[in-house]
Design a protein around this ligand. Structure first.
Ligand code: ZN
Length: 335
């Protein structure tokens, strides 16, 4: 037999009477106090569900109620007599901070996983299933715009240009899917020593970059890196990833129209910086592979990267990425 204190309400007046509640092993309940003496059977009474530490209400057959603070005692009694409590799972979850923390951690972990692996993975899958025309259309107009804004005609010596062009033709024939790629030279002006690949398959190398190189292999290494960007379809993947991040962020913050634009922009920026580093790594891998298979000196790429970084420092360009340890890490791989 278990005994506890309770408050008894007769169901008519609002006054409570302190009573002793006895829970007997045979399933009967005995309530006794000033002017109250009742014996009830378990099947004739009902119990309110357990919610946190709110007192349990036992409703007696005559609509009188008994309010009990000792929830555990009631639970034990109900369990002993196999009277299920539908709310017990909710209570279990609510009362276990561990479950709450686990749920929060799971959400954080899941979001992080989506940003770090899910988005890049699915973008990659989608990109490789899209026709190449999608890449082409992304690059349309870019060169025309850049020719108007920043580039002027290349002033490179014709002889060097021809030499590089024929090396590029060799490259194209050895690389699958590269047959349509074009190599163009421009004078970079403000953008200095640089090279980039337009999704339309055009690789632009500036005079300034070629001037920095002592050996054609250095320029070829850079071009191999740019071909890597094209082969891995980085432009399409970047567009897909940015859209996916925007959707994810607005889902998590519940803010589809980004009124709190800073909150939305920050994870997007962080994700982008991370994605572009990942793309650089992939393109570097491609260049590494190309140099190795063609038995070209691996440090060709390291040398030109170092020179580009140096020239940017000299020109006083505040380039966050070039001063970043990532660049020295990249250079290190090719040494
Ligand atoms: Zn790159």
């Amino acid at each position: 037999m278990k005994k506890t204190q309770a408050e008894y309400y007769d169901g008519v007046s609002s006054n409570s009477t302190p009573v002793a509640l006895e829970l007997h092993d045979d399933g009967s309940l005995c309530i006794s106090g000033k002017g109250v003496s009742k014996l009830c059977l378990l099947n004739d009474v009902s119990f309110s569900p357990r919610l946190g530490n709110i007192p349990r209400v036992i409703t007696l057959p005559d609509n009188a109620t008994c309010h009990v603070h000792d929830n555990d005692l009631i639970d034990a009694f109900l369990k002993m007599h196999k009277k299920g409590d539908a709310s017990s799972i909710i209570h279990l979850l609510e009362s276990r901070i561990v479950f709450v923390l686990a749920a929060v951690l799971f959400t954080l972990f899941f979001s992080w996983g989506m940003f770090a692996y899910g988005v890049p993975y699915f973008s990659r899958q989608i990109a490789f299933n899209l026709p190449i025309e999608v890449d082409r259309s992304l690059g349309q107009g870019t060169l025309e715009a850049m020719d108007k804004i920043v580039f002027t005609d290349s002033v490179m010596a014709v002889e060097r240009r021809h030499r590089l062009a024929s090396r590029f033709d060799e490259m194209k024939s050895s690389v699958e899917g590269a047959q349509d790629y074009k190599l163009l030279f421009r004078h970079g002006n403000e953008i200095g020593a640089n090279a980039f690949a337009l999704p339309s398959g055009i690789i632009v190398v500036t005079d300034e970059l070629v001037e920095l190189s002592e050996h054609d292999d250095e320029v070829i290494a850079v071009i191999a890196h740019e071909i890597g960007h094209l082969a891995y379809r980085h432009s399409v993947r970047m567009v897909l990833q940015n859209s996916a991040v925007a959707v994810l962020v607005s889902t998590v913050t519940g803010d589809p129209f980004s009124t709190s634009s800073i909150v939305v922009a920050l994870p997007t920026l962080l994700a982008n910086a991370n994605y572009s580093r990942e793309f650089e790594r992939e393109a570097d891998n491609y260049a590494y592979q190309y140099l190795t298979t063609n038995e070209m000196p691996l440090d060709s790429f390291a040398i030109i990267l170092e020179k580009i970084t140096e020239s940017e420092t000299e020109r006083g360009i505040e380039n966050y990425l070039s001063s970043h340890p990532v660049t020295s890490e990249r250079i290190g791989r090719f040494k």
